[in-house]
Design a protein around this ligand. Sequence first.
Ligand SMILES: [Zn+2]
Length: 220
Amino acid sequence: MDRTVIKYRHCERDIYSFSCSRYSCTQKTDDVDRSGCPICHQTLSFGVLDAPVALTCPFMNAHQVPCAFVIGSVHGPSYLGEWHDTEIHVGVSNSGGLVYNYTLSGVQRDDRGWEQCVCVQLVPPWRHDLRESWDRQLEEFSALPQWVSERFDEEREFGSCCYGFALTFINRMRSLDGKVSLSRDEFTGSYILPRMKTVSKYIKIYHTILQHGFYKLDST
Ligand SMILES: [Zn+2]
């Protein structure tokens, strides 16, 4: 999912398509002009204030996002649209972009493989104190007997596994910061689901453009 999605208005609809990602960005508008509106087939001419806008891609390289909650899928970002999909795997990045994640083989420290993920930054950039203790705490936490490989199935019964590992660490850091712990539902509802809604929408738009060349939204 590496093409840029752009949005513009025509025929009283919001229309989404790919920009000419293979050319330079300055030709973006020319490219749309040439193809015309996919609904009325008229040549598009954009004036002041109606230039196409690029959609922000919701996927980031987790190895470049320090101290984050990271959501990925081994099958690629397209699979992140369905939150309950069992293929989703989560972890926590340290300040150097290593992604700590709990698997059948115990805690892994990955320096690759999380290049197209949803990343929720957990620490404000100005909290140097938290950032400094983060890596040490994450390393100590990962070494706890709770996260040995033999207990993976046991954890699964409680719906934990990788998600439980990440959330338990977040709560540990919150308690060191004098904050109350969050339940799984609180964390998911407040921090994850709103983000995944945007991601699902982006994936739907992207795949529709792949199939039909464009995506349209009828509401005004
Ligand atoms: Zn049109």
